[in-house]
Design a protein around this ligand. Structure first.
Ligand SMILES: *Cc1c(COP(=O)(O)O)cnc(C)c1O
Length: 374
């Protein structure tokens, strides 16, 4: 521990997860890890190097800026932006050589003119809205028309037709199957005209639960980071958590009955006890909603977060345990011996999903690449 709070990124676990997911798909299916939102809070640059080493074929991000950052760190791997781009962003994507997603004819027009202006050819993945209800046309005839438009443009290359599942993480499979059947049907038509074009649909949940959704490429995000797409224990799907979040005991203090800690006096000692002050707070992404609800590990034991979490500090009740001393490590997500706190457990307390827990760790927390389980 040499900084007040740090997120350790276990690169061995990351590579393990890539290999584990790779083993679930056929050899001719491309693996395209999703590194958007700074790699779900794991540091996209660190993650890009690790997934490339572990055999990823391509990396997807949500924005052009995210793509450019990865391009600088990993110059060779093909990149794809999944999200919408403004015309200005399209120009940046063209000059960085990053594939774009096209969701309407106007964008195809704008992208095509930027590409011809630059004298370059850019790969295009045409989006089909099979049921997510966001970007892309829900009319297969229009999607086919867009694909033809891309294919006919001298500076655009029709790389793929793709979709995104709305419910692949739910136990009721019926809507995922509806969406899968829609992309399969249109995909067959597109391939009949353009045999080289790839079809892709699967996120982590579909990759794990539905081999028929793999098509030509899979786009796992959350599972790459060793988090469970279904919110369960990641070990159940051979996934190893990549991120752990740590701080340290900066102070230990005795509390008599009636003394309080933190803003609003939301915690008042009901019996004599001791609190550890841990210099990490909601400014670091430790959500205030965990006040008097969450736990942290100190000395290998889960200790209740007692009092309101402030921007830069929280307090945890360590009882009259004399073992705990200033300088001891505090684990907010991760293991201390057999004791552990997973992102899934934190998410459950906050009534949210593991994705939001790691994405929410703020830039103030340095990410350190470590090799724990290579
Ligand atoms: C985020 C995202 C993914 C990855 O989803 P996970 O549930 O994290 O596996 C795949 N495809 C698209 C279009 C996405 O936006």
């Amino acid at each position: 521990m040499y900084q007040r709070a740090e997120a350790r990124i276990d690169l061995g676990a990351l590579r393990h997860n890539v290999a584990s997911l790779r083993s679930r798909v056929n050899d001719d299916v491309e693996l395209c890890p999703v590194l958007k939102a700074d790699g779900y809070g794991h540091d996209a640059t660190l993650a890009a190097a690790a997934v490339t080493e572990a055999g990823a074929d391509r990396i997807a991000v949500a924005t052009v800026r995210e793509g450019i950052r990865i391009r600088e760190a990993s110059p060779k791997i093909p990149l794809l932006v999944l999200g919408a781009m403004t015309p200005t962003e399209a120009e940046l994507a063209v000059s960085a050589g990053i594939d774009a997603s096209a969701w309407d004819p106007e964008f195809i027009e704008a992208l095509g003119s930027r590409a011809s202006g630059a004298g370059r050819t850019i790969g295009v993945h045409v989006k089909y809205d099979t049921g997510m209800g966001r970007l892309g046309s829900a009319d297969p005839a229009q999607v086919l028309e867009m694909a033809r438009r891309v294919a006919a443009h001298p500076n655009l290359r029709l790389a793929a037709v793709w979709t995104h599942f709305a419910t692949a993480d739910e136990s009721d499979r019926s809507f995922e199957i509806v969406q899968r059947d829609r992309i399969a049907e249109l995909g067959a038509q597109v391939k009949w005209e353009f045999p080289e074009v790839k079809i892709h649909a699967a996120n982590s949940a579909a990759l794990i639960s539905d081999p028929k959704s793999h098509f030509d490429m899979v786009r796992p995000g959350v599972a790459i980071y060793g988090m469970d797409p279904f919110g369960a224990d990641p070990a159940g799907h051979d996934l190893q958590p990549v991120l752990s979040l740590h701080s340290w005991v900066a102070s230990v203090k005795d509390f008599d009955v009636g003394m309080s800690a933190g803003y609003g006096r939301t915690w008042i000692a009901g019996e004599p006890t001791r609190l550890a002050t841990v210099p990490v707070g909601y400014g670091d992404g430790v959500r205030r909603g965990l006040s008097n609800r969450g736990t942290v590990l100190i000395g290998g034991v889960a200790r209740p977060i007692s009092g309101t979490i402030s921007m830069d500090n929280l307090t945890a009740d360590i009882g009259l345990d004399d073992e705990i001393k200033v300088g001891d490590e505090v684990t907010l997500i991760g293991n201390q011996g057999p004791a552990r706190i997973t992102a899934e457990q934190v998410a459950e307390k906050l009534d949210t999903i593991n994705y939001e827990v790691t994405c929410g760790i703020s830039p103030r927390v340095p990410r350190l690449g470590v090799e724990e389980r290579s």
